[in-house]
Design a binder for this molecule. Structure first.
Ligand SMILES: Nc1nc2c(ncn2[C@@H]2O[C@H](COP(=O)(O)OP(=O)(O)OP(=O)(O)O)[C@@H](O)[C@H]2O)c(=O)[nH]1
Ligand SMILES: [Mg+2]
Length: 618
């Protein structure tokens, strides 16, 4: 079997194409179906009558979900680059190609989608334009298919070409040790934990015992699923689901891998790295990076002996905060920590032997011992130097390296430190606390740092530093000052919903009338509905309700106000406060704060008595 992957800009029709090819809608989350947008990886199975088959990995096109695209990209061998016939090549079309050039794609099909929306006379033109925009990318020589998922035009033609390409593709190496990066973990009643992923190399038998890395836990394979069927034996290049009843689902996640005993995980690698032209100015001797290896996203440092000044492959070392399975030939992509632009990519040559041999200096070990001893009582430079019997300068150097490797965490500026293991233990407690809170108060956004610090009995400043470090690592989220587990989505109870429906009822004759904030607060206070005040905070934090001066607007009201103002200003260039008031049929009392809101939210610009539309909104 081989893996087909999708790539392309948001809304260009990737998921619709997969549905047309296979009959399966790869958008499996309810939220995806509601929003009509792919948020996370989706999967489907392509089967032909003669036994040729492929697993399909469908990726989100929106740039906000690029980390999810990256988690699925390494497995792709045959790429469907989907480009909307009307919109043409857009930023993520090119960004996906830039990423994939460093990975394992062997064959590309350019699929020009939605051709039912372009009349016959303009089709050639559209295809020509797209082709020329793809010059200079890995898709420059790819075969082009113009299809419509809506009318199925040319879908069979594309399908036949996929068949021939799949049949001709040499198989992946089934005799190598097992390497299966995990992209999804869930539990099924009666079966226990299931992990899914792309079997990059090796073969697996039912009953075999593999290893979960990092961690080294034995993973006994009770059964193997390939889409709807169960198999006794499976070879490289397949999408697989393994039933691993011996491991709890909470002990595993995306980014880990199921591997043969030959492999362990490492933090330091010798690599070959190729920078992107657009990133040349970003490199230092030590460059902070987000590394994507297998399905993992890990912070780290790229160490290069010389300055990178020109394009081309260089030798470098990749030092990661967390261990990951990596062996010669494994490919990776690097992004900047922030802004998250692409830096380049490459492949692993081996373990960084120099770093591994002097894994930890005497000074580093001494500093770590002191930090462990102090626990959550963050230790300062002077204290550490005294306790470890070292000069402050030596402690500073050791701490720099330990922080970079994630073995120590800086919890205050200029310098107080906590040992990595101590911080990880706090994270475990913190996540358990959040789970418990989400269960008890599903309507709340999560917990503030103050509430969390009280619940866990640690100083708030310390908690914030450690929590933010794990927010960066993607272990929990901070939305508007509330910490929450990754999968938490607030949900209201029936009485809460009824309360808000009542409170927010609109008077159709006064569509822009807000609710005085004080009135809303009084209603919340006297409501006697469980959790209502936290549910109210959630409405505010999620932006469903927006406070403008002393009043509350529904998000839908503000959207309509914004649309009216934009339409007015496109026609008239400028607008006075009186014109705005008449436009909404509201009074001066409401108009002035609303205008200020429009200014601060980047919609209008104030110029004396007039407002004009901000550039880019025209
Ligand atoms: N007319 C027409 N509409 C299409 C076609 N293919 C997709 N669409 C529509 O375009 C919109 C986006 O399609 P999706 O398949 O969700 O796009 P996507 O590339 O998967 O989007 P993301 O996963 O969010 O990046 C949907 O409303 C589809 O119904 C087509 O061939 N013709
Ligand atoms: Mg999609």
């Amino acid at each position: 079997m081989h893996i087909i992957g999708t790539a392309g800009h948001v809304d260009h029709g990737k998921s619709a194409l997969i549905a047309a090819l296979t009959g399966t809608n790869p958008d499996r989350l309810i939220e995806e179906q509601l929003r009509g947008m792919t948020l996370d990886l989706g999967f489907a199975h392509l089967r032909f009558d003669d036994g040729v088959e492929a697993g399909i990995v469908d990726v989100p096109g929106h740039e906000r979900f690029l980390h999810n695209m990256l988690a699925g990209a390494a497995g792709m061998e045959l790429l469907l680059l989907v480009v909307d016939a009307v919109e043409g090549v857009m930023p993520q079309t090119l960004e996906h190609l830039q990423i994939l050039q460093f990975l394992n794609v062997r064959r590309i099909f350019v699929v020009i989608s939605k051709i039912d929306l372009v009349d016959a006379a303009r089709r050639d033109d559209a295809c020509q334009r797209i082709r020329s925009r793809l010059q200079g990318t890995i898709a420059r020589d790819a075969a082009v298919y113009a299809v419509s998922a809506a009318t199925s035009e040319n879908v069979d033609l594309l399908k036949a070409a996929l068949h021939d390409s799949l049949a001709a593709m040499p198989p992946r190496d089934s005799r190598a040790p097992v390497y299966l990066p995990i992209d999804r973990v869930f539990a099924l009643p009666g079966l226990g934990t299931i992990v899914t992923g792309t079997l990059m190399q090796g073969s697996i038998e039912t009953g075999e015992t593999l290893v979960l890395e990092p961690g080294g836990k034995p993973a006994h394979v009770r059964s193997i699923g390939v889409f709807e069927t169960t198999r006794k034996h499976i070879e490289a290049g397949s999408r697989v689901a393994l039933n691993l009843p011996g491991i709890d689902r909470h002990e595993m996640g995306r980014g880990q891998a199921i591997v043969g005993r030959e492999f362990t995980s490492q933090k330091r690698f010798a690599v070959r790295f190729t920078p992107l032209q657009s990133a040349l100015s970003c490199f230092r001797r030590r460059t902070p990076v987000r590394a994507y290896v297998g399905s993992a996203e890990i912070f780290g440092t790229l160490v290069i002996d010389a300055r990178i000044e020109s394009l081309g492959e260089v030798r470098a070392q990749l030092h990661l905060r967390e261990p990951v399975v990596g062996f010669p030939g494994v490919r990776f992509v690097l992004r900047r920590p922030s802004p998250m632009t692409l830096l380049g990519g490459g492949y692993i040559e081996g373990v960084d032997l120099v770093a591994a041999s002097k894994e930890r200096s005497r000074e580093e070990s001494a500093v770590l011992a002191v930090l462990k001893e102090k626990g959550l009582e963050a230790a300062e430079l002077g204290t550490i130097a005294f306790a470890a019997n070292l000069r402050e300068s030596a402690v500073r150097n050791a701490l720099d390296r330990l922080v970079e490797q994630g073995e120590a965490i800086r919890v205050a500026r200029p310098g107080a430190f906590v040992e990595g293991g101590v911080a990880a233990a706090l994270l475990t407690k913190l996540l358990a606390q959040l789970e418990e809170t989400h269960r008890q108060e599903p309507w709340a956004m999560g917990m503030t740092s103050l509430a969390l610090a009280r619940a866990l009995g640690v100083p708030e400043t310390l908690l914030v530093r450690i929590a933010e470090r794990y927010v960066d690592d993607g272990r929990l989220v901070n939305r508007g000052g509330y910490y929450a587990a990754l999968n938490h989505r607030p949900s209201f109870s029936a009485p809460q919903r009824a309360f808000f429906d009542q409170l927010l009822r609109e008077d159709p004759s006064l569509p822009f009338l807000p609710i005085p904030f004080a009135t809303a607060v009084a209603a919340v206070k006297s409501a006697r509905i469980e959790g209502i005040s936290k549910a109210f905070d959630t409405m505010l934090a999620q932006g469903a309700l927006v406070k403008v001066s002393d009043d509350l607007y529904r998000a839908s009201q503000l959207a309509r106000i914004q649309a009216r103002v934009e339409a007015f200003l496109r026609e008239r260039e400028r607008m006075t406060a009186a014109e705005f008031r008449d436009l909404l049929g509201t009074s001066r009392k409401y108009a002035v704060p609303l205008l200020e809101w429009l200014d601060t939210h980047g919609i209008t610009i104030r110029n004396g008595d007039y407002r004009t539309l901000r550039k880019g909104k025209r």
